[in-house]
Design a protein around this ligand. Sequence first.
Ligand SMILES: [Fe+2]
Length: 211
Amino acid sequence: MNAALPPLMDRIGHMLARQADRAYEGQRTESVSALAHALQCAQLAEWAGASNSLVAAALLHDIGHFADDEVMSLGDAVDDEHELRALPLLAEGFGPAVLEPIRLHVAAKRYLVAAEPAYLSTLSPASVHSLMLQGGPMRPDECEAFAARPHAADAIALRRWDDLAKEPGRPTPSLDYYLALLAEVVQPPAGLGGRSGQRVASLDHEGVVGR
Ligand SMILES: [Fe+2]
């Protein structure tokens, strides 16, 4: 890591690097490590021509799984609410274009299962298992509310990359490559009462559709 990077970037880099040997999705493991999953997801976003903010969201979308020792010890029998646990950390340096697709990527799975009949069959066993813990398919009214959210389209795109980013052995750019991209997206800390206040206000549960 570059020592000149701000502390937030150091923490993110450390959290991701620690996942190189950790199976993704607890006991019902996926076929790639959590780090490989993050890198593949970011790569798919890049290949799709996504903005740097959305590539950053793709890289960081599961970082809430590793937020602290408590969440890492939960196992996969409960919903760890990882899409929310990531937000306090990431709000230190990222705005809604990064935060909101992350916040909504679980809701996007619930939306897609309800809106696209064939979608469920594309999910891995681990994703089907977590879907049930996360509330299952959305009701029609939940789908309508979700689709109307400003970042719903980005969250759905992220969700589709998330589902595909589980290919064993697929080469990707390095973690350092994507950390350099994050450094372009990260915003300097705002003064007290400034932009940071707006970001904190965006972290409540109100925006979570039908958890
Ligand atoms: Fe994921």
